[in-house]
Structures are given as structure tokens and as C-alpha cells.
Design a binder for this molecule. Structure first.
Ligand code: FAD
Length: 283
């Protein structure tokens, strides 16, 4: 936690889930390089442990099996999204996935392996091929967070500030009719004192907004802060009709609700009502 006052950096990353940590590492570049982008990562709790990432269970999809291919993964992804997904983003996601898995393995990620030593691949709903990598059974997110957190903490150009929640983007108009330029953030520390940090580039990686709903599997910080911050600064948003819901959670008095992994349906389980009738038609 820095002393209250203005700080500066090249890139400010808000949030320390898989998105924020990956972006920080990509921007900072190899730790061995003498020079590179200086990055500050802000997070309200503990680095890599306060968002949805460390809760992810079933696994992460990538066409790593030699009999699989990224185009088939892309086709499955487009079909699962009823054709509403952006084809170019789906292409990037599916074609870069196995490279990112290689990075994670090189950095020490311990994905579960079959008896012959190859990566163990699960099947989930909508995938036409086994391509779900998992770690320690259903602890995939925890393993990814462990690896990314260690790499970020040891990087000489990434500075982590824990215990701060961003409250507003600092912005100024770039000219009389020009767009608003974000120049950093104002955050609140655990002690309630304001912390201001300036940067020419601010990346909002604040995760989802599942906490807007009464029953959710999402963690406390999934409150849509990044969306609100962006709107307040004048940003245009896209894709707001998309909200991820887990169709299976245990309805017990716990908050968040414990997830019943989607892997169970990939492996053949069917959702039925009390009379045995399928909930989602013929699955
Ligand atoms: C129970 C559960 C199981 C899941 N299982 C899977 C799975 O098996 N496979 C899969 O692919 N996906 C799964 N997901 C979804 C996956 O976890 C998310 O899509 C992914 O982790 C999102 O990463 P992120 O970095 O965007 O967000 P997050 O990991 O949520 O990180 C957001 C970060 O922003 C921070 N933040 C929020 N507001 C502020 C603020 N105002 N100021 C500063 N920081 C802020 C948060 O504290 C956090 O550090 C699951 C999700 C849940 C909840």
C-alpha cells in the first residue's frame, strides 16, 4: 500500500484475475530485458485471489490434442454462441489458446496428465472434442492464479498494490470537441484514504457483474465496477447483453453458491426436474 499521493506508471492494470495478470506480464515483457514498460497492478484484496479466476474449476479449453484443431474449436465456440460471437475474436481465442497453454506449462503450471504423460483432456458441453485442461481435478483456476501471481510478483517492472478499490477514472478532454482521455485512477485504500495514480494507459480487467443477481456463483468483487467506471468516463460499451450464468449450483445457504461443475454435463449428466423431465429439452 503506497503512501497517499500521486504516483505515475506507464500502464495501470485494474484487477488481478487471469486477464489483469496476463496483460501486466505481456506489457512488461521479459523480466531479463533491461528496459520495458513499467506496470502497476491494483487489486482490492490479495493478488490473484480476490476474483473469479481462482474459483474456476472445470478447466480451460484449448485445441492441444494433435487430432484436434483450432478451426474445429472455433466452429464449436461460434455454434455455442448461436452465431452471436465476433468471428475475429473467436479466431484469436481458439488459435492462440495452445500457445498460451505452452507458456503456462513453461512457467510451472501443473495440469493433470494421463498415465502416458500427455495432458489429460476433458469434455464439456458444446465441445465436439476433448480439449478441457484441468489442474488438481477441479482446482484449475487456483493453479493458473498461482503461476501468474508468482511471475508477476517476481517481475522487476511490475509493482503490485493490494487492498485498493478503484473508485473513479481520472480523465480530461483532449480538446474542445475531442474525446475524453483517461489519465489514471483514483482508488480507495483499506484505510479509506484516497490513492491517485497517473498513467497514459489504464486497463480495466475487473471481471464480471454476477453480483448484480441475488443468487450467484460469483465472488464479492464481481460487482461490475469496471463497467460503471468506463461509463462514467464516457466510454461506449459493447456486448452488454452477454452475462455468464452457471446453470448448475447448489441452492444452499452459502454466498457465493457452490458451483456444480459444468464438466458433469460434458461427461453425460442430464439436468432434470423432480419428475425426471429434462430441463433444457433434449440435451
Ligand atoms: C465458481 C466459478 C467457476 C468457474 N469455472 C470456470 C471454468 O471451469 N472454466 C472457465 O474457463 N471459466 C470458469 N469461470 C469463469 C472464469 O473464472 C472467469 O471468466 C475468469 O476468471 C475471468 O477473469 P478476469 O480476470 O476477467 O476476472 P476476475 O478473475 O474476476 O478478476 C477481476 C479482478 O478485478 C478486481 N476488481 C473488481 N473491481 C475492482 C475495483 N473497483 N478496483 C480494483 N480491482 C477491482 C477483482 O478483485 C479481481 O482481482 C468460473 C467462474 C466462477 C465464478
Amino acid at each position: 500500500m503506497p503512501a497517499p499521493g500521486l504516483k505515475r506508471t506507464d500502464l495501470l492494470v485494474v484487477g488481478s484475475g487471469v486477464a489483469g495478470l496476463s496483460a501486466a506480464l505481456a506489457a512488461a515483457g521479459p523480466a531479463t530485458d533491461a528496459e520495458g514498460c513499467q506496470v502497476v497492478v491494483l487489486t482490492p484484496g490479495t493478488l490473484g485471489s480476490d476474483g473469479a479466476t481462482c474459483m474456476a474449476q472445470g478447466g480451460v479449453a484449448a485445441a492441444v490434442d494433435p487430432r484436434d484443431d483450432p478451426d474445429a474449436h472455433a466452429a464449436d465456440t461460434a455454434r455455442a454462441g448461436e452465431g452471436l460471437g465476433d468471428p475475429e475474436r473467436i479466431r484469436i481465442l481458439t488459435h492462440e489458446a495452445s500457445g498460451r497453454i505452452t507458456d503456462l506449462v513453461d512457467w510451472g503450471a501443473r495440469f493433470d496428465r494421463a498415465s502416458d504423460g500427455t495432458l489429460a483432456l476433458g469434455l464439456e458441453g458444446a465441445h465436439g472434442h476433448r480439449r478441457i485442461l484441468h489442474a488438481n481435478g477441479d482446482q484449475t483456476g487456483r493453479e493458473l492464479a498461482r503461476v501468474l501471481r508468482a511471475r508477476v510478483r517476481s517481475h522487476p517492472r511490475i509493482h503490485v498494490v493490494e487492498g485498493v478499490r478503484v473508485r473513479a477514472l481520472r480523465a480530461r478532454a483532449s480538446g474542445p470537441a475531442g474525446p475524453t482521455q483517461v489519465t489514471g485512477v483514483t482508488a480507495e485504500g483499506a484505510d479509506g484514504l484516497p490513492v491517485a495514480i497517473e498513467a497514459p494507459v489504464t486497463l480495466l480487467a475487473t471481471g464480471g457483474a454476477g453480483r448484480l443477481y441475488r443468487w450467484t456463483t460469483n465472488p464479492p468483487w464481481a460487482s461490475g465496477d469496471g463497467i460503471a467506471l468506463a461509463i462514467e468516463a464516457g466510454a461506449w460499451l459493447a456486448g452488454m447483453e452477454f452475462m455468464q450464468f452457471h446453470p448448475t449450483a447448489l441452492h444452499v445457504s452459502m454466498d457465493p453458491l457452490p458451483l456444480v461443475s459444468e464438466a458433469i454435463r460434458g461427461e453425460g449428466a442430464r439436468l432434470v426436474d423432480a419428475t425426471g423431465r429434462p430441463l433444457f429439452g433434449a440435451e
